[in-house]
Design a protein around this ligand. Structure first.
Ligand SMILES: Nc1ncnc2c1ncn2[C@@H]1O[C@H](COP(=O)(O)OP(=O)(O)O)[C@@H](O)[C@H]1O
Ligand SMILES: [Mg+2]
Length: 156
């Protein structure tokens, strides 16, 4: 088993971009948690207020651990719940961050409602994913994508 690299962070902070760049650069296998959630039917409901799907994080974590154990390659797992994978299966947890004003523009460009933009900005301000990743005991590297991604920041 090869330990995975997980890429977490609030929506719009650049996870997918960073995860795909790292996979390509290091010959790792890219895994999008959204695809995993759909493929394994892990959606449990819909939160109308948050306008987002409810996912059982325990089940997701178990499925991801299964994929990590099975794969011969290092997986790069992209998603704001990817830090729920237990520490012993993760060699590095990358947290993407973004300046609030720039993040606001990125989220508005996605067509998110005012309240969804607000909620996601709050999550970034409170550093939610980073704090949770710390609680999981991960080794963490923060990458700020506000002004583009410097190749040197991808040297892990
Ligand atoms: N380093 C960057 N410089 C400029 N724009 C970026 C950068 N990283 C991401 N973006 C843009 O921000 C948006 C969100 O990036 P994405 O990787 O999809 O974030 P996430 O997967 O965290 O939601 C995309 O439109 C993307 O093109
Ligand atoms: Mg993404």
């Amino acid at each position: 088993m090869k330990k995975a690299i997980v890429v977490s962070g609030c929506p719009g902070t650049g996870k997918t971009k960073v995860a795909k760049l790292i996979s390509k650069k290091r010959g790792c296998e890219y895994v999008g948690t959204k695809n995993v959630i759909n493929e394994f039917g892990l959606v449990e409901g819909y939160d109308k207020k948050m306008k987002s799907f409810i996912v059982d994080t325990d089940k997701l974590s178990k499925v991801l651990v299964g994929l990590i154990k099975k794969s011969t390659k290092t997986l790069v797992i992209d998603g704001h719940l990817s830090h729920y994978v237990p520490r012993k299966y993760v060699k590095l947890c990358i947290i993407t961050k973004c300046d609030i004003k720039i993040l606001k523009k990125r989220l508005e460009r996605r067509g998110y409602s005012k309240s969804k933009v607000r909620d996601n900005l709050d999550a970034e301000i409170f550093d939610t994913c980073h704090v949770e990743a710390l609680e999981f005991g991960h080794k963490i590297k923060v990458i700020d994508t506000s002004k583009g991604i410097r190749p040197s920041s991808l040297a892990l």
